[in-house]
Structures are given as structure tokens and as C-alpha cells.
Write a protein that binds this ligand. Structure first.
Ligand SMILES: [Zn+2]
Length: 203
């Protein structure tokens, strides 16, 4: 079966959250699924992210990890992004010291490993045709979310537990993707209502 990195997989809205969302159902460990458990998916994700994140990064190539050490670095920063922003949403109090420190520590190493001439300036996207490591770009994407006005737009999808950036005017988006998770929830409510009406004790 071929797995497709389609628009739905990039519901996070920014690269940092898309990377965190390569794990599904994070809050129910028995259902949790890591798309990067197949190493081939890391490169496929990098290529698709360059297409879906042109608005954030311009015309850029995200360089996937080239060694086991770099793969480990990417996974570490992915997990740090997840902890940092998930605890921020759940705690309601913004960024917490321990996950923030861990995130910055990993990121300091990642940006330090980029070539000297690499433009990392934010928020301006990279010049056309440039390459940056996927891990460093994901870190920088996360840094851009520190602004309190951006931080308060990060949400957790109640269906799949993805993190997503809600750009709607009233911050009223309830799902990572209405067409997928919203519809699944609607179908479940319909099912529950009908089984109850039928006298079922289904809880
Ligand atoms: Zn969802």
C-alpha cells in the first residue's frame, strides 16, 4: 500500500507542526502510529513539505537526514516540538521552561550545523533554489510560533490529536481538517444517537 503525503497530512499549517504530526493519535499510545517508522517516509515527507510549505519558506528544498545521527536529530527535534507546543496548549499558560529549554538546546545544535552562508533570517523565506536541513527548518518554523498571538492559535485536534495552527478569523476551527476528522466525529455522533434510540446500552 502506498502512503500519500497529501494536503490532509499538512493540516498543521506550519512546518514545525506538520513534522510533529508525522505521529498520529499521540494521546492514545495503544493507537499511536509513527509514519517515520519506515525510514523511506522521511525523504518523501521532506519532498512533499517543500510543496505544501512554499507559503512559509518560499522555493526551498528540505534536505532529509543523511546519516543515522541526523535521523536521530530529526526525531529528537520532532518530539521536542510536540512536547513544547502540546504542553503549551494543554496548560493554557504558554511555553514551559523544561520543554522550551530542551527545544532551544536541540535547535542551537541544528542551526549551528548549517553552512555559514545559509540564510536563516526570519520571517523572510529563503532565496529561490536554496536547501536547508529539514530538522533546522522545522526548528526555525517552531521559533516563529513563540509570538503570543501565534501561540494562542495552536490547537489539538480532538479526533487525531494533531497539532494545528488555526488561521481562521475567529479562531473557530475545531478540527485539523473538517473533511476528515470533522466528518468522522459527525458520523460517530450520528451512530451514537441512532444506537441509543434503538435501546442499545452502547457507551
Ligand atoms: Zn484531526
Amino acid at each position: 500500500m502506498t502512503f500519500e503525503w497529501n494536503a490532509h497530512r499538512f493540516s498543521g499549517g506550519v512546518l514545525a507542526l506538520d513534522l510533529a504530526n508525522t505521529v498520529v493519535f499521540r494521546e492514545t499510545p495503544e493507537r499511536s502510529l509513527d509514519r517515520f517508522s519506515d525510514p523511506a517516509e522521511v525523504s518523501r515527507f521532506s519532498a512533499a513539505a517543500a510543496d505544501y510549505r512554499q507559503g512559509e519558506w518560499g522555493n526551498v528544498e528540505f534536505r532529509p537526514p543523511r546519516s543515522p545521527r541526523e535521523v536521530a536529530g530529526l526525531i529528537d527535534v520532532r518530539e521536542a516540538i510536540n512536547r513544547l507546543f502540546r504542553t503549551a496548549v494543554q496548560g493554557g499558560g504558554g511555553l514551559s521552561p523544561v520543554p522550551l529549554s530542551e527545544f532551544l538546546h536541540l535547535g542551537a545544535k541544528l542551526v549551528g550545523d548549517e553552512p555559514d552562508e545559509q540564510p536563516l533570517a526570519l520571517p523572510r523565506p529563503l532565496k529561490d533554489g536554496r536547501q536547508i536541513s529539514l530538522a533546522a527548518a522545522s526548528f526555525l518554523s517552531g521559533v516563529r510560533l513563540f509570538d503570543p498571538l501565534r501561540l494562542e492559535r495552536i490547537k489539538i485536534c480532538p479526533n487525531c490529536h494533531w497539532l494545528y495552527f488555526d488561521e481562521s478569523r475567529n479562531r473557530s476551527r475545531r478540527w485539523c481538517d473538517m473533511n476528515v476528522c470533522g466528518n468522522r466525529a459527525k458520523a460517530r455522533r450520528y451512530y451514537d444517537r441512532n444506537t441509543k434510540q434503538a435501546g442499545s446500552s452502547h457507551g
